[in-house]
Design a protein around this ligand. Structure first.
Ligand code: ZN
Length: 459
């Protein structure tokens, strides 16, 4: 099951001037609200969480009245901003978004009513019974107050559906209800975060092809992991004497420049889950890390392409335009690969020669040199860059360009020189010692020889 959804704003919006208090910049609404759904849902949760943590220091505010805002998901699954209900009550803004509050208020009422529905009671029972048979868990407590660390927080004390302790970690189990609404979720997240507890949301059922806002508010902030218990998991728990759950999780895949999610269901045990109380995540599969790795591979591919484009277009020339293009490339590389500093001038020292020789070996024709053929580059390397001949050879081999070079060598000069190089390397001649000064850049440009560069040959 694969999913990919881009968030969409509502056709018209009452609040169009939103200010980011952190950057001091206006929020570009169209682009903010038309990103991958998971990113927008995460920000929706983050906005509510920050407000729950510190209402006096909101992240996004209405630029007209400076009141905190909330990000609303409509019934049609579209997004728009509204004043926070508390600010709306004070009516300080010239724009009123008040009339649209009823849906959320109704949800709040429905939430409390749904709390004790039959289905909810049944799930609470399954969670409790699964924990009772789990030999690693403390005795579960049902509907008992989880006291906050400070007495002053008494007003915010929570009463989780079920709580237990596993290997010193306190866990609060909450049953996800169709109407659990964001303010409630954010309030709990912040309470358990402050109290070093972790929340395990338990769903009745889950269908990745049609998810509801009330489900997305939970799983997008929980590493795209969803947990389900039922009679079958309880039976598994009893056999294994460990609490069993069904876990739905997403695996990110790259399709062109887009990341799509593959949803997989796996039977897991509670003690296999990774608990991060600070980030309020309890998960089996680390989606966020996998996604970040995918994105960073994309950004280094792009940076590599930008470097190659520069070298092909500018490195053989010497102009103001080239200097300007190099400055731009260095800025780009600083963001994409901060651990790969480039010299201020691409003609500096042996940098230009080292890079040009490697890229020529890779592409099978001169790159960065105004020379006719690869053979001329090979001879330049022999005459002036002996310290790079090893890497030159590895690159030729990696890209199957050895024969091409041999074909150009009608007078057999390269053939003779190859013999000299081999002898030089064998007797560990100082002149042929591998120059490692630009190993980082070469490994970045030609990842195919990264391993060889790292091991090298030293004498
Ligand atoms: Zn306003």
């Amino acid at each position: 099951m694969y999913t990919y959804e881009v968030a969409q704003p509502t056709a018209t919006m009452l609040l169009t001037e939103i200010l980011d208090q952190e950057t001091g910049l206006d929020v570009e609404l169209q682009s903010f609200l038309t990103r991958d759904l998971g990113l927008v849902m995460k920000d929706r949760g983050e906005l509510a969480s920050r407000y729950a943590r510190d209402p006096g220091n909101p992240w996004l505010v209405c630029a007209l009245c400076m009141a905190p805002v909330i990000l609303v998901r409509t019934m049609e699954r579209r997004f728009h901003f509204r004043h926070h209900p508390r600010a709306e009550a004070e009516q300080k803004c010239s724009i009123s978004t008040r009339g649209q509050l009823s849906a959320e208020q109704i949800n709040c009422i429905k939430y409390n009513a749904a709390k004790e529905s039959a289905a909810h009671l049944r799930l609470k029972g399954i969670i409790r019974d699964s924990l009772i048979v789990d030999e690693q868990c403390s005795e579960p407590l049902v509907e008992k107050v989880w006291k906050g660390v400070r007495l002053a927080d008494r007003a915010q004390w929570r009463k989780p559906d079920v709580q237990a302790e596993l290997n010193g970690q306190r866990l609060a189990f909450e049953v996800q209800l169709s109407t659990t609404y964001l303010t409630e979720i954010a309030g709990r997240r912040e309470f358990y975060r402050a109290n070093n507890g972790a929340m395990v949301w338990i769903f009745h059922s889950f269908d990745p092809s049609s998810t509801r806002t009330s489900e997305e508010d939970i799983f997008f902030l929980n590493n795209n992991n969803v947990f389900i218990v039922n009679e079958a998991t309880l039976a598994r728990s009893r056999v294994a004497r460990r609490m069993a759950l069904d876990c739905w999780y997403a695996i990110p895949h790259l399709r062109g420049k887009t990341i799509i999610d593959e949803w997989v269901m796996e039977e897991v045990f509670l003690d296999q889950l990774i608990v991060n109380a600070q980030e309020q995540k309890v998960f089996f599969k680390d989606y966020d890390t996998l996604r970040a790795e995918l994105l960073s591979s994309v950004s280094s591919d792009r940076a590599r392409q930008a470097f190659l484009d520069f070298w092909m277009q500018h490195a053989a020339t010497d102009s103001k335009e080239s200097d300007e293009a190099w400055r731009t490339l260095r800025e780009q590389m600083k963001t994409a690969s901060p651990d790969l500093p480039l010299p201020s001038d691409y003609r500096m020292g042996k940098f230009h020669g080292a890079v040009s020789i490697m890229l020529s070996a890779r592409f099978g024709h001169p790159v960065g040199y105004n020379l006719p053929r690869l053979l001329n580059v090979a001879n330049t390397a022999f005459d002036h860059y002996k310290g790079y001949l090893l890497a030159f050879g590895w690159t030729l081999r990696a890209f199957a360009n050895e024969q091409l070079l041999a074909d150009q060598d009608a007078k057999q000069t390269w053939q003779r020189r190859k013999k000299l190089i081999r002898e030089g390397l064998e007797r560990m001649d100082e002149a042929y010692r591998q120059d490692r000064s630009y190993n980082h850049v070469i490994a970045f440009l030609i990842p195919e020889i990264k391993e060889k560069l790292a091991h090298g040959r030293e004498w």
